[in-house]
Every structure is written in C-alpha cells, then in structure tokens.
Design a protein around this ligand. Structure first.
Ligand code: GDP
Length: 389
C-alpha cells in the first residue's frame, strides 16, 4: 500500500515537472539549432579581485563554499580621448625605422634611382604592400621634382601628406556601439562580434574594449564564446570583473559557442545593456569549418539582435601571414572593422595600409601594449605623426 502511495506521488512530480517545462514561453528558449546541445551558460558576476590583483589571464579565485571576501574596488579605466597621443612614443619607437629611414633618404640632395629603390625597399619591409608603395613613390617623385630644393621641414610635410593619403583619413572609423530600435520600440544592444586567429590578442582586445566602453559610461555584457580554449572564459571574466562587467559563459569546455553567444545577447537584451561583446574561438581550421562556426554564431545571435560590428583582430607582427588570415576571415565573417594589435612591438606599421586595402574596411582600433588601457581608437594623423617620430 505504502509502495503504491509513493508511486502515485512520484508520478505526480514527473507530470507537474514536465508540465512546468512546457510552460516556459517559446521566446525564452534558445533556437532549435543550439537547443539540441542543452548546455547551460552561467552569468559570471565580478569575482572578488583587488585592483592590484592577478593579471588578466589568471583564473578567478572564487571557490565554492568559501565565504566571499569583501567586494573589490573597481578599476577606473583611462579616458579614451588622447590615448593614441599618449601611446605615440611607443608607436614612434617601433615605427621609427620607417619614418626615420624614409626621411633620411628623401633629404639627400640629388635622389638617384638607387635612392628610390631604397625608399621602395623600406616601404615594403614595413609591410605597406606593393600597390600602396608604388602609389606613394609616384606621388613623391612628382612632388620632389616640382619642389626642387628641399629643406628638412618641407620634406617632412611632403612625406606626411602622402603617407596620410595612403592611410586614408576619409574612412569612417567610428565603432558602431549603439544598437538599433527593435520592433517593440525598445533599443536593442549593439552586438560586437570579435573574430580572429588565436594568439592575435582577441580576448585581450575584448577586455580592453570593455574598459573603453565603461570609460565612456556604456553598459557592457561579455560573451565567452571561445569555448575551445580552456582558459579563455576565465581570462575574459577576469577582464570584465576588474571594471564590474558581467560575463556570460559556459561551465563546460567545448560547449556550443553559438549557445553562449545567444545567451549573452539575450542577457544584454533583457537587461537593456548598451553593448554585448562576443569573443569567439579562432581556430583557423579549414575555411568551411570556420564558415560553419561563425555562420552559426551569427545566425543564432541575429535572432535576438543584429550584429553592429564584426571586428577582426590581427597581430601586426605577423606580416603576410596576417594578410592571409584577413583574407579568409574577410570572406567568411563580413568584417566591418579591423583591430591591429601589437603595433608596439613592430616596425611594420605599414600593415595598417595593406590590410585596409586587402579587406576594404578600416582599421578602427590599435593595440599598443599589454597594459589594460593600451588600446586606442585609430587616428590616421596621429598614426602618421607617430611613424615620422
Ligand atoms: P587570443 O588567443 O587571440 O584571445 O589572444 P590573447 O588575448 O590571449 O593574447 C595573446 C597575447 O598577446 C597575450 O600575451 C597578450 O597580452 C598579448 N597582446 C595582446 N594585445 C597586445 C598588444 O597590443 N601589444 C602587445 N605587446 N601584446 C599584446
């Protein structure tokens, strides 16, 4: 008899539980594409970390069952305005071989063919690309001929003007961080998808970008859709925690990145967040695999909100290899802007020009160091001044 009673109770729980699951409104479920995987994402709030705590990349210290230490003081990111000026010394140091060598050759009294060859070689070594190098040299030849005698200042002005032309100040480099208004009249978050090969500085860039946005009083949610690299979600979460930004992540390595991206955007939408930054894995497997993965992430995200930006992160030190990556991602991901990292460690500043030409989209941000605020909006004039020292 007691057994029968238990059986009835058990049956009741199953039926009511199942019914409750069916009551979850459709709009609160993930699309079928990602639902099948059924892994749950979690919202990771700021783990306790003092501002002088572990560097980004260190896993969060939170331990289950251990009482949380006092809330950490949040860091105040540096103001964004003037960052490139602040970092110009760094740019000048790394870019000086380009600017200084060009200036020294151009200042010679009579420019011989050997001198022009030397100029070309210098430009090519700086990764500016053959087409833009030729354009620049043609323009310089014509103007030098017309100018005749050249004092150092006029040579510098001349070079500055022509370099600026190939960097192209007319491109719109503003980051789209205001989302559109949805059908229901509320503003959707701006969704920024960050793509690129692993090791280029993607996660670091997402972290730095979150700080840029926080410095501008924008609310941000991070999506750790790089579920391939075990430490990536921890690394991202640590970056966010330092400035009070939440990270949506999966607790399981190898989880479906599209599911995490979807949950992050949904979270941003529910909370009325200004910007959702989604970090992705950058396995440069075959093009079809990459296309599948990024295609699925994009499709799933856009059911919640359209993509405002697809930023491709490229490592400035990788030269031709970086350009090949740019080509592949450009084809599969609909890139709208480029982030060039590690410009502090290379004399190949010309890559800015080459990659813009390759993809036909502007460099919008540059990374100039490993520090948390070493990311700056790209400004052609300041960049060229940096190159010229
Ligand atoms: P991911 O695999 O693409 O996510 O790359 P990570 O964000 O983990 O970065 C790889 C390495 O590049 C880390 O050691 C970063 O500190 C470093 N890094 C990222 N951006 C820059 C930069 O602008 N300058 C320098 N010098 N290092 C950078």
């Amino acid at each position: 008899m007691t057994d029968l009673l238990w059986l009835w109770i058990l049956l009741g729980v199953v039926v009511v539980g199942g019914g409750a699951a069916l009551l979850v409104p459709r709009s609160h479920r993930r699309p079928p594409e990602v639902e099948a995987h059924d892994e749950s994402t979690t919202i990771a709030p700021a783990p306790a970390e003092p501002s002088a705590g572990p560097a980004p990349g260190a896993p969060p210290a939170a331990e289950p069952g251990v009482a949380a230490p006092e809330a950490p003081a949040l860091e105040t990111p540096e103001p964004v305005a003037g960052r490139l000026v602040r970092l110009r010394d760094r740019l000048a140091r790394s870019g000086s071989p380009l600017g200084a060598r060009l200036l020294s050759v151009l200042s010679r009294d009579h420019l011989t063919e050997d001198d022009w060859d030397e100029l070309e070689e210098t430009l090519l070594l700086a990764d500016i690309g053959a087409g833009p190098a030729e354009e620049l040299l043609d323009a310089l030849r014509t103007r030098v001929r017309v100018l005749g005698v050249r004092d150092p200042k006029s040579v510098r002005d001349l070079l500055r003007e022509e370099l600026l032309k190939v960097v192209d100040p007319s491109l719109d480099r503003a980051l789209a961080t205001t989302g559109p208004v949805g059908d229901d009249g509320t503003r959707l978050p701006a969704v920024v998808l960050v793509v690129g090969v692993n090791g280029t500085g993607k996660t670091t860039t997402v972290g730095k970008l979150a700080r840029v946005l926080v410095a501008e009083d924008r609310s941000v949610v991070l999506g750790a859709a790089d579920t391939f690299r075990a430490a990536a979600a921890d690394q991202l979460q640590t970056w966010g925690a330092r400035v009070g930004v939440e990270t949506v992540r999966s607790d399981r390595d190898g989880a479906d990145p599209a599911a995490v991206a979807f949950d992050a955007v949904r979270r941003g939408r529910t909370d009325g967040t200004d910007v959702v930054l989604v970090d992705t894995a950058g396995r440069l497997q075959n093009k079809a695999g990459l296309m599948d993965e990024l295609g699925k992430i994009t499709r799933v995200i856009t059911r919640e909100a359209p993509l405002s930006e697809v930023l491709l992160v490229l490592d400035a030190t990788t030269g031709q290899n970086g350009l090949n990556q740019a080509r592949v991602f450009g084809e599969v991901a609909g890139v709208t802007g480029i982030v060039l990292t590690k410009l502090d460690g290379t004399a190949r500043g010309g890559i800015v020009v080459a990659v813009q030409r390759e993809l036909g989209v502007p460099v919008k941000l540059v990374g100039l160091g490993e520090g948390p605020d070493d990311l700056a909006p790209f400004d052609p004039e300041q960049f060229v001044d940096g190159l010229l020292g």
